[in-house]
Ligand binder design. Structure first.
Ligand SMILES: Nc1nc2c(ncn2[C@@H]2O[C@H](COP(=O)(O)OP(=O)(O)OP(=O)(O)O)[C@@H](O)[C@H]2O)c(=O)[nH]1
Ligand SMILES: [Mg+2]
Length: 312
């Protein structure tokens, strides 16, 4: 009964609840995980200066009184030489090919020139055929962002009319700028997850992520890329979480670097990861690591499949 514009139902006056699934896609190191963390107000996704930090899709859930946004932080799109690189691209592709994604946030790192890698990402985004907004990131370290944006539009004409926002994901203001820019894309929808849920990933996932973060921070060169953390078991009790892991590396030399002199390296990695797990769960964590040489795991489909990575 809306004739004459008179609202007869008092509920009509209430703002309708909105929700959306939003995929964050871009090159490695473009700031996808940083942006998600800034919006969530939590260091949920691991951020490091190393490209290809994120290897698996991670959902971060942002809920307010009248809206729920479910973000999917994805691995940076990078065509490397290993089957593992292909697998990570598949992981990202999976996040934007599934039904139910309402919006792709295409994160463009303005601080680096756009090479083949950007072409790769833009093709993936284009193929998804979903609503897109471009996030021009790292505005704080770029001398003239407008110039960079113009160059992007010229190099990637398919995106010349795509809405965009320019921000610095590391700055708290990014949150409001971002939320405002995606407003037009967010439609009425249900509450998909309980309001206090931050993610649907389990503790095993975070244990592996935190150990890998410490490997990235404490080793160098090719070691982080050649490392895979496998959680063998995760036992929870009220007083302690016991996490047993195998850290796969590709060579004996890498094993030596991870373990360190007299085990000093691995002990440092374990201690720091235990502290992060305690912060996450509130319960002390005990991590055991077996560092194993698994030659060529990055090109071993059976290995990747057994670790839950998409293959083939
Ligand atoms: N100066 C500056 N640095 C940023 C900004 N956003 C992200 N970074 C830095 O860029 C690096 C990579 O950030 P991440 O959030 O891990 O990037 P990512 O896109 O998730 O990277 P992958 O997981 O490797 O695909 C980190 O050192 C961040 O601190 C920004 O707006 N300004
Ligand atoms: Mg990341």
């Amino acid at each position: 009964m809306h004739k004459l514009g008179i609202i007869l139902d008092p509920m009509e006056n209430k703002t309708k609840f909105k929700s959306a699934f939003i995929a964050l896609v871009g090159r490695p190191n473009s700031g996808k995980s940083t942006l998600m963390n800034t919006i969530l107000g939590e260091q949920l996704s691991v951020v490091t200066p190393l490209p290809q930090t994120t290897r698996r899709n991670l959902r971060g859930i942002y809920t307010t009184d009248n809206m729920q946004l479910i973000f999917v932080d994805t691995p940076g799109v990078h065509k490397g030489k290993h089957a593992f690189n292909e697998s990570m691209i598949k992981e990202t592709g999976g996040a934007i090919s599934r039904q139910g994604v309402d919006l792709i946030c295409y994160i463009v790192d303005m601080s680096r020139s756009f090479g083949d890698e950007e072409t790769e990402v833009s093709n993936l985004v284009k193929m998804a055929n979903l609503p897109v907004i471009i996030i021009f990131n790292k505005a704080d370290i770029v001398e003239s962002p407008e110039k960079v944006i113009k160059i992007f539009r010229e190099q990637f004409p398919d995106f010349k009319d795509t809405p965009d926002v320019k921000l610095s994901a590391v700055k708290p203001e990014a949150k409001e700028l971002f939320l405002k820019s995606i407003e037009p894309f967010i439609a009425e929808g249900p509450l998909y997850f309980p309001p206090d849920e931050l993610t649907d990933s389990n503790l095993r996932f975070f244990a592996a992520e935190y150990i890998r973060k410490q490997i990235i921070l404490n080793t160098r060169e090719e070691v982080p890329h050649a490392t895979f953390v496998e959680i063998e078991s995760y036992k929870e009790s009220e007083t302690r979480h016991e996490i047993s892991t195998t850290i796969h590396v590709e060579t004996i030399g890498q094993r030596g670097i991870v373990v360190g002199k007299g085990g000093a390296g691995i002990n440092k990695i374990k201690k720091a990861a235990e502290a992060e797990m305690k912060q996450l769960t509130g319960v002390p964590a005990k991590i055991t690591c077996h560092v194993k040489v698994s030659p060529g795991w990055r090109d071993n489909d059976a290995f990747l499949r057994s670790m839950g990575m998409p293959v083939g």
